[in-house]
Design a protein around this ligand. Structure first.
Ligand code: 2P0
Length: 335
């Protein structure tokens, strides 16, 4: 959906928070349009954030990531996303995360959400929220959920063109004051990227059809639990969605196995705490790190329990939508 007109020059900076799925996305029904095989449901989380500046009209296409020029292939998806805004001049992207990148902490979600919001402002394309959510999805599926704050559902959609498959807020960040603890087991990049991992699971796992069959019901029930602020119900769905997703990848041939010994240790802390009466449930993404969902009141106790097991946890809380923080008229600057 190229815009009719975009600016020749413009600069804008946007911020976005990552999101963690409570009901996971793992697999694509259309690879070209990046349409998912299942619906998913997530919580956008602060204070982790990506900040991205788009210079629309630069000497050449260039990406500077955390202060270092990116000369690898990662820029390809970024510029493909900018191409979808319509005819464009060369662009410079300055982007950075204040949390580990590509470690299963949803950096591509906040990254592509911040990118499309900044590009929309810098280019003057003035696309609607839905148009931006579709562009973010094409960049990286989970990014369509980081455009919105709080509790977000991403429908599979029914249309072949995918225009009905994008993140939609079901409740704002202040609807429910829960906490997500991130237990950082490894901060380096994951061994297998999400896209590759899910494509391989789709092709080779005999458990993949079962994953796809059961996921939609989880999303319906999770939505009800969010709206009713029923942590026990949401927690149970959250943990089983993550474990079923991992079961489908572990059953791939060869297995996609993100788990490390500390992963098991963190999961054991969660299970033991739950047996002792604390309302806490685990989730995991495409990496060995464990996230634990609990009430605001139990977050400090859970952080202490992880510390006792020699695991360090950061406490995140519901965060707001992706947003423009500054725009500036273009001017030539010395580089
Ligand atoms: C999720 N993940 O729902 C799931 C759970 C990882 C595990 O979305 O191929 O970077 O770019 O659409 O969004 C990570 O995959 O994948 C992801 P692409 P993406 O959060």
């Amino acid at each position: 959906m190229p815009a009719d007109r975009t600016a020749t020059h413009g600069v804008a900076t946007a911020v976005a928070h990552p999101n963690i799925a409570l009901c996971k996305y793992w697999g694509k029904r259309d690879a070209a349009l990046n349409l998912p095989s299942t619906p998913s449901l997530s919580l956008t989380l602060a204070p982790f954030r990506t900040e991205t500046t788009v210079v629309w009209g630069a000497e050449r296409d260039r990406v500077v990531f955390n202060g270092v020029e990116n000369t690898g292939g990662e820029g390809r998806k970024i510029f493909a996303t900018l191409d979808r805004f319509g005819e464009r001049p060369p662009c410079e992207i300055h982007t950075g995360n204040d949390f580990p990148t590509a470690a299963g902490l949803a950096s591509s979600a906040s990254g592509f959400a911040a990118l499309v919001v900044a590009a929309n402002a810098a280019s003057g394309a003035n696309l609607s929220d839905v148009e931006l959510a579709v562009l973010a999805r094409q960049g990286s599926g989970s990014a369509t959920r980081s455009l919105q704050g709080g509790w977000v559902e991403w429908a599979m959609g029914e249309r072949d063109d995918g225009l009905d498959s994008h993140g939609v807020a079901i409740a704002p960040a202040d609807h429910w004051d829960v906490r997500m603890l991130v237990v950082l087991v490894r901060s380096g990049p994951k061994e297998i990227g999400s896209t590759e991992g899910m494509n391989h699971t789709m092709r080779t796992s005999p458990y993949y059809p079962a994953w796809v069959e059961h996921a939609p019901k989880d999303v319906v029930e999770a939505r009800e639990a969010v709206l009713a602020r029923d942590l026990e119900k949401l927690g149970a769905i959250t943990e089983r969605s993550a474990l079923r997703m991992h079961a489908s990848m572990i059953a791939a041939d060869p297995a996609v196995m993100y788990w490390k010994p500390e992963t098991m240790r963190a999961l054991e802390v969660v299970r033991t705490a739950r047996k002792s009466g604390i309302g806490v449930w685990a989730t995991m993404d495409a990496g060995p790190n464990v996230k634990a969902l609990c009430s605001a009141a139990d977050a400090a106790t859970m952080a202490a329990l992880f510390a006792e097991a020699s695991l360090s946890a950061q406490v995140l809380h519901p965060g707001g939508a992706a947003r423009v923080v500054t725009t500036a008229p273009w001017r030539e600057t010395a580089r």
